[in-house]
Design a binder for this molecule. Structure first.
Ligand code: ZN
Length: 183
């Protein structure tokens, strides 16, 4: 496993439409393992292959869904998703505004409107078909990461340019409790 370099905003690979994966090979699984390690090291809750310079349709997401926290309950368990060729097959009409950051745009946050709930189909790391229903923050993370595969960054989707604001790199989460560096 290796920690990969995360490409930042002016790198052309971030603006390219990524290629569909034709076959899940050992090399692809190696890339996925390295992406997971890179995401955890950053740390972020998601990462798309173009962010590490690979123009292929692969994302990894690791997130603990918020549940009603009871006093003394253990913290929610993180769930890891590896999605190859992810496609949004359904999206709610309900939209919700939320604050996003991106590992490829360090030091900035902005508000983006996303579908509150989505259904995604993809292949998992074994090459099997999966379907995932996601809502709230998890749905937001998937939409942000899948955008990366089409060369779209959250700054293209701001509810208003005024919401873009500077924060100390690495302090995004402190500045805005709910603003995770999505990836
Ligand atoms: Zn991102």
């Amino acid at each position: 496993m290796a920690i990969l370099d995360i490409k930042v905003i002016d790198e052309p690979v971030l603006r390219r439409k990524a290629k569909k994966v034709v076959k899940v090979t050992p090399e692809l699984r190696q890339l996925i393992d390295d992406m997971i390690e890179t995401m955890r090291d950053a740390p972020g809750v998601g990462l798309a292959a173009p962010q590490v310079g690979v123009s292929e349709r692969v994302i990894v997401v690791e997130y603990a869904e918020d549940e009603d926290e009871e006093e003394g309950a253990p913290p929610p368990k993180k769930k890891l998703y590896t999605l190859i060729n992810p496609e949004i097959i359904w999206a709610s009409e309900d939209m919700v505004d939320g604050t996003e950051g991106c590992l490829s745009i360090p030091g900035w946050l902005g508000d983006v409107s996303r579908h509150d709930a989505i259904a995604v189909k993809a292949l998992n790391r074994s090459g099997q078909k999966v379907k995932i229903n996601a809502e709230g923050w998890l749905a937001r993370i998937f939409q942000h990461e899948i955008d990366h595969l089409d060369g779209v960054l959250y700054i293209d989707r701001l509810v208003s340019p005024d919401t873009l604001r500077r924060v100390q790199p690495g302090q995004e989460e402190v500045e805005e409790a709910k603003a995770e560096k999505i990836g």
